[in-house]
Design a protein around this ligand. Sequence first.
Ligand code: WT7
Length: 650
Amino acid sequence: MSDKKPVFKPNKEFAKNANIKNMCEYHDLQDKAMEDYEGFWGDAAKEKIDWIEPFTNVLDESHAPFVKWFDGGKLNVSAQCIDRHLDSRKNKAAIIFEGDRGDIQTITYLDLYKHVNRFANLLKEDFHVKKGDRVVIYMPMIPEAAYAMLACARIGAIHSIVFGGFSSEALRDRIEDAEAKVVITADGAFRKEKPYMLKPVVDAALEGKTPVEKVIVVQRNHEDVEWVAGRDYSYNEMIERKSSKCEPEVMDSEDPLFLLYTSGSTGKPKGVQHNSAGYILWAQMTMEWVFDVKENDTYWCTADVGWITGHTYIVYGPLAMGATTVMFEGVITFPDAGRPWSMVENHRINQFYTAPTAIRVLHKMGEHEPAKYDMSSLKVLGTVGEPIDPPAWKWYYEEVGQSRCSIVDTYWQTETGGHVISPLPGATPIKPGCATFPLPGIMAEILDPATGEKVEVGEKGYMCITKPWPAQIRGVWGDEERYVKSYFGDVEKDGKPVYFTGDGAVYDEDGYITITGRTDDVINVSGHRMGTAEVEAAIKKHSNVAEVAVVGKPHPLKGEGIFAYIVLKSDDGIADEVEEVKAINNIIKKEIGNIALCDDMVFVSGLPKTRSGKIMRRILRSIAKNEEVTQDISTLEDPSIVEKIAAMVK
Ligand code: WT7
């Protein structure tokens, strides 16, 4: 019997007007990039970016893996996203905001220009933020978050957004690592019709010694918050007085645009640095190719601005191309699982982009909800963050997309800046669960780490990108060595280190790429990256924890759940375990945030270790899944521990 996956061809009517209409056009583009890499990217940059001064060199690889794109070029990313649209799109909606309680704001490109300029002037004049300064943004999903990002870009400040679900300790770490001098936050916002708070988290993060001098507070829910005199200022009170004109700072192509902290397999989160020209170019190109957004379309990505998806595909990409982007404050299952579909109907959404975990939840809670709404505006459906399982894919395709829409399974990472492997909605015949092919210009290959050769069909290998691309990570903030080691230390092709994503992947007989998941100690919880080392470090802060090992375990809704094996110093029996679980969860909440709470915690008498003391996580992963342990355990320091742990888990 063949295990061939079904193939779904793009809708013919849709393909006729698509930006890339068929696979021939795709291959032509990719061939051009292969034959003349610099020509391909140079032409794209000339065409897409409004340069203040043209670049003189396309790609400088002389200090690889430190690379420079479009050297000599001068631009401003906020001008690319706003100013250049004012002639033709002044009254077009740039952002449509829908609040948790259904409140709607339409912000035109002219409105956006004014908001961003005022905010830029506020940062510059009242808070003395200069080019190169770091500004931490800890915000809910409200338009002011986008204004803050673009205001930083306008004056050349480097923003670092910290997801609003992170705790005060996580926020403090990121503030300190970036040495931010200003924090932009909000009193809070609304979730399920109730106010929730952010400002108290900022207050806690800034206790004691901190590089932060000032805090700007956007008043969104108008709840009472504490104000520290001389440190905290109300955005709402100050902003109206600012001029709505602020000259954009002239930035070099390689001036940093933002930092975004993400988890690695070891140590603390790393500050992934993205620079100006290459990032914005690719954000715009992928919007046009992968979502096929047309002038009158309305596009909605459900991510949070605290993640890279929110950066590239809610704010920078859509605005760079002059699109209308929807921003949603609320929870997609509230008041019921029809919420997103009622928004599709009300706003006439044409492209909808979300994560498999959200699809699974919406499917489970409201299998036939989409049918209650007018979904006829939808053309392209996107997914991101983790592999999408066949049942979720099928429901998304049939019920949400009415078997008419293309599904783009977009594979990328914080470090890639934008999509790198994805179907093109008017061209690529899609297979469920398959990210398909590298986008034009991206030299992605699955390599055998031992030989650096491309793997054979059906053989698992490492997902690598063998040539620099414009939106690639430029560095880990403050740690050159970590950048080189984390991304260029595992695979060499033709004797040269290449970028390794950390993911495994496989080709099928038609050359389609399927991502099989991380090869390192990073787990993917609801599409969020979590380092097992970070969760372990938090748990170790509990005074009664002697040892801990954290692994991922498949979870029906979240993709992966967090499974912790804990060895206590004193084991006073089951009665106390309930208390210990509570106490450990409280520590995780404080150190990282609710997103890192464990789904399972088991207290064990020891961990499987090699004689040199290395914890054998593979064994722990098998036990967590209730799988037979097939690994060789004879080399363990104490092989009998495996059986004991397995008995505890069953
Ligand atoms: C990791 C990156 C990219 C924005 C959201 C997450 C996994 C991402 C897919 C996909 C299979 C995927 C990978 C990757 N991932 N998209 N379409 N299919 N896996 O960004 O937090 O940087 O995580 O998410 O494991 O390395 P991130």
